[in-house]
Design a protein around this ligand. Structure first.
Ligand code: ZN
Ligand code: ZN
Length: 250
């Protein structure tokens, strides 16, 4: 098995709360500079910048998972990790159909779809910061039925997490992994969440600024840097292992 360093939670300039210089090109430059092998592009309720990120990633020799951070009806954030554009586009159609409202760029920030030269193609005017009308249970089922991996975002945070919004992980909801944020030290998190030891833990940066990328990483010991291999690691198949680290900068 080989070690691959991953940061599976990065927002681009499409997320209203992210810095405008978070273009796929600059994110991938930063990720390559910091020695990351795998990243996931996880904008709020949209995947419009993932296609270009996958393309640039291929050119630069880094694996980019086209992904999304979905907001459930209960305002819990859920990472949807995918291995192909085809399936993330299907998820995007469902999410767009479940999301209402128009973005107020002055209040929440601009939502930029860009090309590989960092030029603006479109201002997305959907209320991406809003909640969908999908319950946590439905969101997880949809992600998994499309062949994606469902990860409960930043479960240690006091807001916008499955645990902060519901208090527990409901029966019958099958997350592939749970994510610990930058705010909680890893050993402490492993102890706090030891009740969920049967579900793999990961940690990621939740980057909204270029400097954030890689501040938390998860090392995967896999045969190759691919979505399928990450899925097998979450399932505990073979000798695959997952190790949390304070990040390439920490
Ligand atoms: Zn979040
Ligand atoms: Zn996020």
């Amino acid at each position: 098995m080989k070690k691959f360093v991953a940061d599976l939670h990065i927002h681009t300039c499409l997320s209203p709360c992210a810095e405008l210089d978070m273009t796929p090109r600059r994110i991938i430059n930063a990720a390559v500079d910091r020695g990351l092998d795998i990243i996931a592009i996880t904008d709020h309720n949209s995947a419009e910048n993932t296609g270009i990120a996958v393309k640039i990633g291929r050119e630069r020799g880094i694996t980019v998972l086209p992904s999304m951070e979905v907001t459930s009806y209960e305002e819990a954030h859920i990472l949807a990790l995918f291995g192909s554009m085809e399936n993330i586009i299907k998820l995007q159609e469902i999410i767009y159909g479940s999301l209402s409202g128009v973005n107020d760029a002055k209040a929440f920030g601009y939502q930029l779809k860009v090309n590989e030269d960092d030029e603006i193609l479109e201002f997305n005017d959907r209320l991406l910061i809003g909640a969908t009308n999908l319950f946590v249970k439905d969101t997880v089922n949809i992600i998994r039925s499309l062949g994606g991996l469902a990860v409960a975002s930043h479960i240690d945070r006091g807001s916008f997490s499955v645990l902060s919004q519901l208090g527990f992980i409901p029966d019958g909801v099958r997350f592939d992994a749970l994510e610990i944020s930058y705010n909680t030290e890893i050993r402490q998190a492993e102890s706090i969440f030891s009740g969920y030891r049967h579900i793999p833990l990961i940690t990621s940066s939740d980057a909204h600024h270029l400097d954030d990328i890689g501040r938390r990483t998860t090392s995967f010991f896999l045969e190759e840097a691919s979505f399928d291999e990450i899925a097998r690691a979450f399932n505990g198949e073979g000798q695959r292992r997952i190790e949390l680290s304070n990040g390439v900068m920490g």
